[in-house]
Design a protein around this ligand. Sequence first.
Ligand SMILES: *Cc1c(COP(=O)(O)O)cnc(C)c1O
Length: 432
Amino acid sequence: MHDFRYVGNKLFCEGVAVETLVKKFGTPLYVYSQRTLTDHFQKLDSALGALDHLVCFAMKSNSNLAVLRTIANLGGGFDIVSGGELQRVIAAGGDPRKCVFAGVGKTEAEIEFALLENIYCFNVESEPELQRINKVAARLKKIAPVAVRVNPNIEAHTHAKITTGTYENKFGIEFEKIEGIYARASKLKNLRLRGLQMHIGSQLTTVSPFEQAIRKVLPLVEKLKKRHALEFFSIGGGLGIVYQPVLASGSADWWQSAAAKNVLTPAKYAARLVPLLRPLGLKILLEPGRFISGNAGILVTRIEYVKRTGKKNFLIVDAAMNDLIRPAFYDAYHEIVPLTRKGGAPISSDVVGPICESGDYFCKDRPLPKLGEGDAIALLSAGAYGSVMGSNYNARPLPTEVLVNGKKFAAVRERQAVAKIWADEKIAPWQK
Ligand SMILES: *Cc1c(COP(=O)(O)O)cnc(C)c1O
């Protein structure tokens, strides 16, 4: 589901016209649907109902406090990748004991903080990291729960920048080395071998790579479970979403749309994976990011200028690659729709931002309705890896973020004051 649709000719998020939000908060503006976040979390959570499981939201996809609170209120845990993210979980009222800590470069300070907050598990990516966690735990007189991230060397068939499960990637430890590592780790006194983890990539749109990786790793998990009394197996995140046009196709109901026919649904995912995992008798962890947040957010922007050249129709908008970098970084596609639906013949258009980079575009040669100065448009499916990757490039303040719930809405991040961009900078003493 996603809860952005036209009511008459106006784009709505749940029960609120997006135009109302633009009038109140201006542009660029991120809008999140609480109902969509909830629906995605619950669909996945209930699809896994036959397993002892925990859904840990990969908060690097969207770490706004209100988004985190939504997940926490649903009983979800969090997949964190830094000490800062753990602080965010705490600030949002989430439970550190439901957090798993991933990432190849955990610092001593981060490990100490996470140990003191009693996180559920460290997902460890190298042998030196195991040694370091053991050392910090010894100093604090604690036992650190750890799982090693196994790299199953499975091609995920996704974009190169989001493939993580092959030996070309920096992530995890080679499949063949895992047993030896667990044997050595079991001798480190301040570690508890709690589980095994993997994550093969992001935006996977079929179940097959997941199934392949799980089938490959299952015998290993069974062995390790017996030898080291493991408690869980985390199969990572990576469930893909539909970015292709949905609203433009005229479908009122998301699940009825043409795009939805090929989508990886929680039901399809669970039907293939639950029967494989259930006989293990372990707790199963899931780390979905994009699946929960991706289609729960849009970026709204206003057209500043229409610039026609001999070759192109440029729509120059007030959002830019610093607000949403996915098209520039991942060649990502975002559906673009006007807040007020228009008829007439489409015009091939490039939607571009004001930043001085040729990479600062949202789409190229896309048939869009005839739009003019002052019209507002929405980039759909911008809830994951959108605002979290925002920067202040070109001294542009981070945009407002709004959460909608039914007919209610609230700013859950105020537009950054421009002076805050350089608030931590100084003139050097000898320059005075
Ligand atoms: C990024 C990441 C995820 C989430 O990926 P999605 O594609 O957003 O589901 C899960 N686990 C780990 C270890 C990650 O790095």
